[in-house]
Ligand binder design. Structure first.
Ligand code: AMP
Length: 304
């Protein structure tokens, strides 16, 4: 089934204890789209970039069969730029720069062929723009999943709440869940977020896995314990790409299916962090994915 991915397509600059990248391909929609492209074929990308965005980066999307006709290029503007530095433990990072650039004036216009998409992933992006995308759909998609971050809670709170009210799944990390709900307990935080609109809440907990809340049901997907994490950037977006890519592939949004989606999300996130930027997402094969899925099954299988 079709999956529409909206979010930032950007330049990132990342610093970890292992080194510093120059400006590389990044952005929330980039990670979502590339991760999902391993699972489902009809993916439509909506984003904006400046005239400085290299054609070779756009070619990367096209090579993975993503529809990029909805990526708007504004020649006189610069692309969104984000830079961050990770602490030695890799679990914490400081944002050094968020230059909205072309994103500040982005007015998404979905190509007509995008408007019937069955699945919609609203990647991290200005909340007002996320809402504009929902409003342009021909009809409500079968499932809308949304990501956001503290930056938007600090700068666009009211807009953010108005979009949260329109989505089915909110996927955020634990600090974001706490900030959004004002609750420390993740169970209470999820319940409060459910009362704001989304029936399903996913709380991403980095190396501690992810939780899915739906009514009174809970499900936990672990993260794969890895020998080394090179770059956690985009882990959450790769997770969302695995989750929505799987649901779009099986076209089933039951709670059981969402549980599998969470495992696919964990699989794609585990690959993404193994190398800097999008490198690992671009080299893995379906065989690698199947192998890692089997490792996940072994990781949590036991009989009492
Ligand atoms: P994550 O590590 O999952 O939080 O995602 C990191 C990606 O999000 C990077 O590739 C950034 O380009 C992008 N990003 C960072 N800040 C923002 C923001 N305020 N809005 C949208 N995307 C962002």
């Amino acid at each position: 089934m079709s999956l529409l991915v909206v979010g930032t397509v950007a330049f990132d600059e990342i610093e970890t204890a292992l080194g510093k990248t120059g400006k590389i391909l990044g952005g929330a929609a980039t990670y979502v789209g590339l991760a999902a492209s391993h699972l489902v074929s009809d993916i439509r990308m909506s984003a904006v970039v400046g005239g400085d965005f290299p054609q070779e980066y756009l070619d990367i999307f096209a090579e993975r069969q993503l529809d990029i006709s909805g990526i708007q290029v504004v020649p006189e503007e610069k692309s969104f730029f984000w830079s961050g530095r990770y602490h030695d433990n890799m679990n914490q990072r400081d944002t050094l720069t968020t230059d909205l650039n072309v994103l500040a004036g982005f007015n998404p216009v979905l190509p007509p062929g995008y408007r019937d998409s069955k699945y919609l992933m609203l990647g991290n992006l200005t909340p007002a723009i996320q809402r504009q995308v929902i409003e342009q759909m021909d009809r409500k998609p079968g499932l809308i999943c949304m990501d956001t971050m503290n930056f938007w809670m600090d700068t666009a709170w009211d807009d953010l709440l108005s979009v949260v009210a329109l989505v089915d799944v909110l996927a955020v990390n634990e600090e974001e869940a706490r900030q959004l709900s004002g609750e420390y307990s993740l169970v209470r935080a999820a319940r409060k977020i459910q009362s704001m609109g989304p029936e399903y809440v996913i709380v991403k907990r980095g190396e501690h896995g992810a939780l899915l809340f739906y009514k009174d049901h809970k499900f936990y997907a672990p993260a794969m314990p890895l020998e080394a994490v090179t770059d956690p950037t985009g882990a959450g977006d790769s997770f969302a790409g695995g989750f929505m890519g799987y649901l779009a592939k099986v076209d089933d949004i039951s709670f059981e299916s969402m549980k599998n989606g969470l495992i696919y999300g964990a699989v794609m996130a585990s690959f993404s962090v193994e190398k800097f930027g999008t490198k690992r997402l671009l080299e893995i094969s379906s065989h690698d994915i199947q192998e890692r899925l089997a490792e996940f099954v072994k990781l949590v299988a036991f009989s009492i």
